[in-house]
Design a protein around this ligand. Structure first.
Ligand code: ZN
Length: 173
């Protein structure tokens, strides 16, 4: 297992639509292990494979606040199969958009179908923080970022800020 470097805005990889995982091989299991380690190291509560530069439809989630509370979920090829009409506003952040938090409105409850690492198909109903986290991560698989749910003004301002920061960094290097 290894902590992998995170892909940060404005990297265009974040806009890729990820490919289905296909058969669950040792390589897929190793990728999931690296993703969990990278997420815990950050720390964060969710990570999509594209955030470490791998365009595969693989997501890891763990809402545990401490090492003792850990309860990792690995979702292979997850999809939202139902979303409630009721919406909820919650402040979100993203490991690929460091130190930026903003309120986003999303369906309050969702049903998600995925395969686990044994290859079994699982369908689960989620609400609360899990529902938000799963929608956020599944968005990543489709090249969508949480800031895409904000107003154009906020998004443009944020993008400019990150583009400037990236330029500064490449000038320093
Ligand atoms: Zn994210």
């Amino acid at each position: 297992m290894a902590v992998r470097p995170l892909v940060i805005l404005p990297d265009s990889k974040l806009r890729l639509v990820s490919e289905p995982v296909g058969p669950i091989t040792d390589e897929v299991r190793a990728l999931a292990a690296d993703m969990l380690e990278t997420m815990y190291d950050a720390p964060g509560i969710g990570l999509a494979a594209i955030q470490i530069g791998v365009p595969k439809r693989l997501v890891v989630v763990d809402l545990g606040k401490t090492a003792e509370d850990r309860n990792p979920m690995v979702l292979v090829d997850p999809e939202v199969t139902w979303a409630s009409e009721d919406k909820r506003v919650h402040e979100e952040g993203c490991l690929s958009i460091p130190e930026y938090y903003e309120e986003v409105e999303r369906p309050e409850k969702v049903r998600v179908r995925y395969r686990d690492l044994k290859g079994d198909t699982v369908e689960t109903d989620a609400d609360g923080l899990l529902a938000i986290c799963l929608q956020h991560e599944i968005d990543h698989l489709n090249g969508v970022l949480f800031v895409d749910h904000l107003s154009r003004l906020k998004r443009t301002r944020l993008l400019k800020k990150f583009e400037k920061a990236a330029k500064r960094e490449s000038a320093d290097a």
